[in-house]
Design a binder for this molecule. Structure first.
Ligand code: SF4
Length: 310
């Protein structure tokens, strides 16, 4: 009797997704193979919004831990799985909730704005959440006389401070991948590629020097929109290199040059087709948030979503 040939990993993942009633969400920084088996690929906000509205019973999150936590906050009745439990984030781990409490105590009248790259506990201690694409709008919506504590990304916070002129105190946190981009000779790259549009993520350590050259300082979602809409044929890209996979898929006729080939997040790259499959097979690793933390963290996210134009 003939036996059926074994399914490829990707086909087996698709089969199990149906069996488990799962939706697979993948961040733009995931490896290409994982992006290709996903139902949705996007930045952390777009994926959280997908998580909140999905009718699937299971959310398999291919990203890092704080993103899976955000999905669990917004979809409390779903099972949220992360294929690798130690897929952390160097930026989110720069601040512990106890440190934020102490900082708040020293500035009792300040409002806290937390970048979405933070733990659920830190979000729960914050007044507002924000993303890199809406941080300026969120801060502009706050009463002008209030001091603002911005956590955890100092580069994004500094960018927002320059844009809004508001009194913003910065937590000294940064993402190690974007931080290292400060070392690149942007001026030389611009000279070598004079017609390229230069897209910069606001988390980048190169931001202050890049400001002179950047055509667009945008989130990953904003970058993907820009390369589709722009008449330019060439782009210099300052963010994690995983995004180039989607850019090339969207616009195969255009040329994308990373500012740094080594700008790779090893936490994001921990997720592979194999561990996505194991995750679906064994229904692990489940990410949950205690209800009392979730309720407060959701309040900060809801306030962000209520800001006009966000
Ligand atoms: S690229 Fe940086 S901010 Fe994004 S998940 Fe990795 S460590 Fe965190």
């Amino acid at each position: 009797m003939q036996t059926a040939p074994p399914l490829s990993l990707a086909a087996e993942i698709q089969r199990l997704k149906k069996e488990r009633d799962a939706v697979l969400l993948a961040h733009n920084y995931q490896i290409g193979e994982v992006q290709d088996v996903a139902d949705f690929v996007g930045d952390s906000l777009a994926l959280s919004q997908q998580a909140a509205k999905t009718s699937a019973r299971v959310i398999l999150f291919c990203g890092v831990h704080f993103m899976a936590e955000t999905a669990a906050l917004l979809a409390p009745d779903k099972t949220v799985l992360l294929p690798v439990l130690d897929a952390g984030c160097s930026l989110a781990s720069t601040i512990e909730v106890m440190q934020l409490r102490a900082w708040k105590k020293a500035h009792p009248d300040a409002l806290v704005v937390a970048y979405v790259n933070s733990t659920a506990e830190v979000k729960a201690e914050s007044d507002y959440c924000c993303t890199s694409s809406n941080a300026v709008k969120v801060v502009e919506s706050l009463p002008p006389d209030r001091e603002i504590l911005f956590v955890p990304d100092m580069y994004l916070g500094r960018f927002v401070r320059e844009k809004t002129g508001r009194k913003i105190l910065l937590w000294p946190g940064s993402c190690h991948v974007h931080y290292k981009m400060r070392d690149f000779d942007i001026e030389r790259m611009k000279k070598d590629h004079p017609r390229a549009e230069f897209l910069v993520h606001p988390e980048c350590g190169c931001l202050s020097s890049a400001l002179r050259f950047a055509d667009h300082i945008v989130s990953t979602g904003g970058m993907l929109r820009r390369v589709k809409e722009s008449p330019s044929k060439e782009f210099l890209v300052a963010t994690e290199t995983g995004i180039l996979h989607t850019m090339k898929k969207q616009c195969p006729e255009k040329n994308f040059i990373p500012i740094s080939e080594s700008a790779q997040c090893e936490f994001m790259k921990k997720i592979t087709l194999e561990n996505v499959l194991w995750s679906l097979q064994d229904m692990k690793h489940r990410v949950t948030v205690p209800p009392e933390v979730a309720e407060k963290a959701r309040r900060a996210i809801d306030r962000m979503m209520a800001v006009p134009g966000v």
